[in-house]
Design a protein around this ligand. Structure first.
Ligand SMILES: Nc1ncnc2c1ncn2[C@@H]1O[C@H](COP(=O)(O)OP(=O)(O)OP(=O)(O)O)[C@@H](O)[C@H]1O
Ligand SMILES: C[C@@](O)(CCOP(=O)(O)O)CC(=O)O
Length: 462
């Protein structure tokens, strides 16, 4: 298997604009926007010398130092699927493991062998991340910022993430690339709905396994489908299957992906038509550089909900109504012609923020902490800014804004942010962090096939 020539695929990053925490419960939905920062994956044959074929797959992220991972693979007995071994993982290099890549390889190759037989040929995978996934302070940049893909003078683990969902986009793009490369078109074709659904199921399973927990999965869903109103799958779908290498893993993963596992169908809901961005508006993301996210925020919020279900559920129901009102108002404004009055959209943001602050106060978790309130309030005063929120789990990491897509609005925000000193949670070594606007905006489309030749050309830059 795998003689189809090079294959390239990309998948978008995400921002959960509304529905943080609520999206973990199937009773509620999340409003998730795909972003135009993508993770790109190229897969091609490894040229073999002297006819020697080693069972090896190499993965390389040439933007970072030491970002090469080499894997051996073998078919496990008793239907255990494909076991993947990190080669040269000696004591020193142990730190350099990449669980997202390793787990994705074992899940996807196991599915492929279960579906189409065990003949996996060696291949080389290259990962390229759009520049906004990582902040680029001068000391870690290497070379001109004009490059299509930034080169860093540090390993991946030292590049500061901006929180756009790199692991979900990576797992989705690697999964789609492997399926396209190793399977015949009759069994996997990225443009069909059935293949997309299988990709979604497999990428969710691999991402949860790599993460060691079953989250809401909104990030993988948006990497596959792009912008949508999302309702999560029942977590039971992924909590009781065997691990790679363990007997029956291969058939179990095939059954999960193809929805035959104990008769369970995936109940994920993706409503693409429920979200639109009115013409002339755009989202932007601002990265707070000193922001440290309080660990365990999700755990704390959920334990508050468990302790005080009445108090929490009342707030969640109100917040859910406010989130859905925002989605409806987006659609309304997008379909409502040329009326440039965005007061109702602004009111939706104000209402959501009020309820998030109430949730912060009652749960005692800094979801919209005072420093973020101050920043959002100041941004909302800039002409052309319609509203803003702390996205996802909130905390000190980032803010998202809906703005009029005009040079004056961007310039106004840049002026405000250039002088802004962010007072984080006191854990930062700096006394006040910078806030910087990322270049990303919303993107409707999810995963897509790309032209491999273009990437082969870009790779010559490295
Ligand atoms: N360019 C890359 N090349 C290879 N692996 C990458 C790359 N970018 C991210 N990863 C993998 O994803 C991991 C980061 O995933 P993590 O879930 O911690 O962050 P994220 O998905 O970007 O953040 P968030 O969930 O806050 O949006 C890295 O440790 C690495 O394993
Ligand atoms: C808190 C939560 O609802 C959102 C987390 O989003 P982010 O990682 O902060 O973008 C968790 C989840 O949905 O898996």
């Amino acid at each position: 298997m795998g003689h189809n020539g090079p294959v390239a695929v990309s998948a978008p990053g995400k921002v959960l604009l509304a529905g943080g925490y609520l999206a973990l419960d199937r009773k509620y939905t999340g409003l998730v926007f795909g972003l135009d920062a993508r993770i790109h994956v190229l897969i091609q044959d490894i040229p073999t010398s002297n006819g020697i074929v080693l069972n090896e797959i190499t993965v390389n992220s040439p933007q970072f130092l030491d970002a090469v991972w080499e894997y051996g693979y073998r078919l496990a007995e008793r239907d255990g699927g494909i076991e993947v071994t990190h080669l040269r993982a000696d004591a020193d290099l142990n730190l350099n493991r990449n669980p997202f890549i390793e787990t994705t390889l074992s899940y996807v190759l196991s599915y492929i062998t279960s579906l189409a037989g065990p003949n996996i040929t060696p291949s080389a995978i290259t990962v390229l991340a759009d520049n906004d996934y990582y902040s680029t302070p001068a000391d870690i940049s290497n070379g001109s910022s004009k490059r299509r893909f930034h080169k860093f003078a540090v390993p991946l683990s030292k590049a500061p993430k901006t929180g756009l969902g790199s692991s979900a986009a990576l797992v989705t793009a690697v999964t789609a690339a492997l399926l396209t490369y190793y399977l015949p078109k009759s069994k996997f074709d990225l443009i069909t709905n059935t293949s997309k659904r299988r990709l979604h199921n497999l990428a969710q399973a691999a991402h949860c396994a790599a993460q060691g927990k079953v989250g809401s999965g909104f990030d993988v869903a948006s990497a596959v489908y792009g912008t949508c109103l999302y309702r999560r799958f029942s977590p039971a779908l992924l909590t009781s299957h065997a691990e790679p290498g363990v007997p029956k893993f291969a058939s179990e993963i095939q059954d999960i992906v193809e929805e035959n596992h104990h008769g369970l169908r995936w109940d994920t809901e993706i409503h693409k038509d429920a979200v639109k961005i009115p013409k002339g508006l755009r989202l932007i993301m601002c990265d707070v550089s000193c922001g440290s996210k309080t660990p365990g925020m999700v755990k704390q919020v959920l334990s508050w909900r468990k302790e005080k279900p009445e108090e929490a559920n009342a707030i969640w129901d109100d917040l859910h109504a406010a989130n859905e009102a925002l989605a409806a108002e987006f659609k309304n404004a997008a379909e409502g012609g040329s009326d440039k009055n965005y007061t109702k959209l602004s009111e939706c943001f104000t209402h959501i923020r009020k309820l998030i602050r109430l949730m912060s106060e009652k749960s005692d978790v800094p979801i919209e902490p005072p420093a973020q309130t101050e920043l959002l309030d100041a941004c909302e005063k800039v002409p052309g800014v319609i509203g803003g929120v702390v996205p996802g789990a909130g905390g000190y990491d980032a803010i998202s804004l809906l703005i009029e897509d005009k040079a004056e609005t961007i310039a106004g925000l840049e002026k405000l942010l250039s002088g802004w000193r962010f007072q984080g949670d006191g854990q930062s070594t700096e006394s006040g962090g910078k806030v910087s606007m990322l270049g990303v905006r919303e993107e409707m489309e999810g995963v897509k096939a790309e032209d491999a030749k273009t990437y082969l050309q870009w790779l010559r830059e490295f």
